[in-house]
Design a protein around this ligand. Structure first.
Ligand SMILES: Nc1ncnc2c1ncn2[C@@H]1O[C@H](COP(=O)(O)OP(=O)(O)OP(=O)(O)O)[C@@H](O)[C@H]1O
Ligand SMILES: [Mg+2]
Length: 445
């Protein structure tokens, strides 16, 4: 018979997790550190060594074919004529032993055998529901001579986390190993630095540092209703006001009214969010929002609008910004830099300087609590995380507000008697006078 010895190559860092003799070995690891490849090697080695049935569990069925092509076939190439992949039944026959493949997506196909070796890939996903582990997988791997490797990038604090903790505690059946991108030879320092720079903090910790974060998908995890929902204090003469608007059509038009006190705290005090508003409607909504808050247009320090409001509207041939200006609203385009904006809002929340009146702005509170990063099919957030684009209308106006609110807005001043100090009267300059001057040649001396 031909030599059936395969050469296995493991990176040094992963050897303790590969060679452990514990029943359950739990391996949370960052993206692309080498989990799948190396535990594919392990299960091939073990299956052939023991001439036994083994089990590989993944998230979805389509991933199985992908892994066979990408990892198993190349690894088995030297002995490919002694192997057989049955794509229908999802069984990989090796010269000694075989591996059954199944997915959390079709647990009904996963049943029956006493497997000696098992790998649960992407455990963060497949252990989202406890029942798969307790009812389906456990009966197949509970024998004392079984060894199971539970590998994946963490996805919040689910059962994967619990099993990881068991391995850290003194449970004799469990052992845990945690690997970050810094441990893996497949990541260069430069690649790590690049991804770290553009990845939001919690996603970075979860996806690359393999940490079990409770709110990794949330964009504003620091927002706490008990702290940040509060009615705004009574109006003071030193308060200044802002309106922030994100116009839309199907995607609704959203608008908030906020006030800033002398200490730099921002209070969102009113909102509206409505689809299919024409400019005239927006104008009326703005007017009534001011009226119900006892404000006049000149009380508003700044009207801020999504900069795409500058784009020309197909039907009217004019931009929304221009049309609103025509209606007498002096809007200025906001700064729409996403990540700096999110950081700024985050800072305001962390420093407890952003508050929302929940009774008057229930829609914004709902949006801010649900605002999350878009998750891709493979469960990652991609190389450039972006917010999930539904239900983000009012939260965007908060971002524009915080970006438009540098720390130098002048508040009205009061004297030692609490009276409003008179501002120096600015001389009214009539643009027509200037033009007249120019025409008459007076200014050309
Ligand atoms: N022992 C090895 N020898 C050679 N290349 C390896 C080895 N282990 C991993 N790699 C390479 O490193 C890369 C990442 O490996 P792998 O896909 O196993 O990582 P992962 O942690 O499962 O990633 P993901 O988070 O995407 O699931 C792959 O390109 C793979 O070929
Ligand atoms: Mg993988």
């Amino acid at each position: 018979m031909t030599d059936l010895n395969l050469e296995f190559n493991y990176p040094e860092f992963i050897l303790p997790a590969i060679n452990s003799n514990k029943h359950f070995v739990v391996v949370p690891a960052g993206r692309q550190v080498g989990k799948t490849y190396n535990f594919a090697q392990w299960i091939i080695r073990e299956t052939m060594r023991l001439n036994c049935p083994s089990l590989w569990v993944d998230t979805v069925h389509t991933n199985i074919d992908k892994y066979i092509e990408r990892y198993f076939k190349p690894l088995l190439r030297p002995i490919s004529s002694y192997c057989d992949w049955n794509a229908q039944k999802k069984i990989l026959k090796l010269p000694r032993g075989y591996i059954d493949f199944g997915s959390a997506q079709k647990p009904e196909n996963l049943e029956g055998f006493n497997y000696k070796r098992a790998v649960l890939n992407e455990a963060g996903h497949i252990l989202k529901k406890d029942s798969l582990w307790h009812n389906t997988i456990m009966p197949m791997i509970k024998a004392e001579d079984n060894q199971t490797r539970i590998i994946g990038t963490p996805k919040g604090q689910n059962l994967f986390y619990e099993l990881f903790l068991r391995g850290l505690a003194n449970d004799p059946e469990y052992e845990s190993f945690q690997y970050t991108v810094y441990d893996s030879p497949y990541w260069s320092a430069k690649q790590i630095e690049d991804v770290r720079r553009k990845t939001p903090e919690l996603i970075w910790k979860q996806e690359y540092m393999a940490s079990f974060e409770a709110f990794a998908g949330m964009i504003y995890p620091d927002f706490k209703e008990e702290i940040h929902c509060k009615a705004s204090p009574e109006r003071k003469v030193t308060d200044i006001f802002f309106v922030s608007l994100d116009p839309g059509w199907e995607h609704p038009t959203a608008c908030i009214l906020a006030k800033e006190d002398l200490e730099g705290n921002l209070f969102v005090i009113d909102e509206f969010r409505e689809s299919h508003l024409h400019v005239g409607d927006i104008s009326r909504y703005l007017q009534s929002m001011l009226v119900r808050n006892g404000l006049k247009e000149e009380d508003i320090e700044m009207f801020i609008i999504d900069p795409s409001g500058r784009k020309t509207d197909q039907t009217s041939g004019q931009s929304i910004l221009f049309q609103l200006q025509e209606e007498g609203w002096g809007f200025v385009p906001a700064n729409n830099d996403l990540m700096p904006g999110i950081s700024r809002v985050t800072r305001m929340i962390r420093e407890n300087r952003l508050f929302i009146d929940k009774n008057r702005c229930p829609l914004l509170v709902e949006e801010i609590k649900n605002y999350h990063w878009k998750e891709f099919n493979d469960g990652s957030y991609g190389m450039n995380p972006t917010p999930y684009k539904i239900g983000d209308d009012l939260v965007d106006t908060v971002r524009y507000l915080c970006m438009a609110r540098p720390d130098y807005f002048e508040h009205p001043k009061v004297n030692m008697y609490g009276q409003l100090e008179k501002e120096e009267e600015e001389e009214d300059v009539d643009i027509n006078d200037t033009i007249d001057d120019m025409m008459s040649g007076d200014s050309l001396i």
